[in-house]
Design a protein around this ligand. Sequence first.
Ligand SMILES: *Cc1c(COP(=O)(O)O)cnc(C)c1O
Ligand code: SF4
Length: 334
Amino acid sequence: MPHPAAARNLSRTLRDTASLSEAGLLPPSADLAGLEAVQARYAIAVTPAMAALIDPADPRDPIVAQYIPDPAELVTAPHEIEDPTADAPFTPVPGVVHRYPDRALLKPLLACPVYCRFCFRREVVGPDGGLLTTEQLETAIAWFERTPQVREVILTGGDPLMLSPRRLAWLLERLAAIPHIEILRIHSRVPVADPARVNAALAAALTVEKPLYLCVHANHAREFTAEAMAALRQLTGAGVVLLGQSVLLRGVNDKAEALEDLFRAMLRGRVKPYYLHQLDPAPGTARFEVPPEEGRALLAALRFRVTGLAWPTYVQERPNGGGKAVVGPVWRDS
Ligand SMILES: *Cc1c(COP(=O)(O)O)cnc(C)c1O
Ligand code: SF4
């Protein structure tokens, strides 16, 4: 069923409250002054693909919840912290995070196709944030070259697929050329949130000699549009292995049916659900919180109902950089 905004033929990413309002994506009751204050603090971006999915008449629209700002973001709950994953103490050179022995993150930029209202890196991501210079990238590559216990580079950010295909191809080739690097991995929201960016040039950039795993971030079945499915097909055609990661979010996927639909949509797109994340306590995100006990019960409700291929591991980031803890699924079998 087409949503009302689909007829609007939006052609550009909307980046402020005024454009969202003009496009009819805010409810009539919206607190415009509150939204302006949110905009002053956190980046906003809604791509044409995501705007087309929004039904402004639905107060519980799962796409609105993920991307449209809300004045509640200005309220920091007592347990919320600015750097919930505590990347800073694990950063040997700018852009690199090394917390686990055999793998490390490389964040080449902090821009994203959309800005998710629940983002755990919301204090640092944004359209002009964190683009590493060529010199800084060389320093990061040199760190990987002299750190032989690291076998896997995980490009994240921000969203690495926001780099130009040329720069991405250069970076992947340099990393793949390091003898002890066995695996390349990219975490990205682009294939679902901005499928128009997935074209022949990007697919060519991702065609590298070493295995490339692309972990696609998506939280609702509706995000798997025909365009997203075509983008995913193009990526598998380029030899990329697709994994899925989702965040458990109140008002988006906090029902067993919503999770089932999400995981089934992923599998239809050749995406193997990998991680379901417990929400990290970033400032102003309390409205999305689902307690872990509830998350475990939701996964348990899917047991036997869905193929085993659909199961992600349910993980939670420990406070103070303690790494990921597995919180589910938990079966009480004897
Ligand atoms: C999550 C994370 C990884 C990747 O962990 P996997 O369990 O291999 O997906 C690597 N480094 C850091 C710092 C992380 O937070
Ligand atoms: S795409 Fe990822 S990093 Fe970017 S705003 Fe969304 S959750 Fe944050």
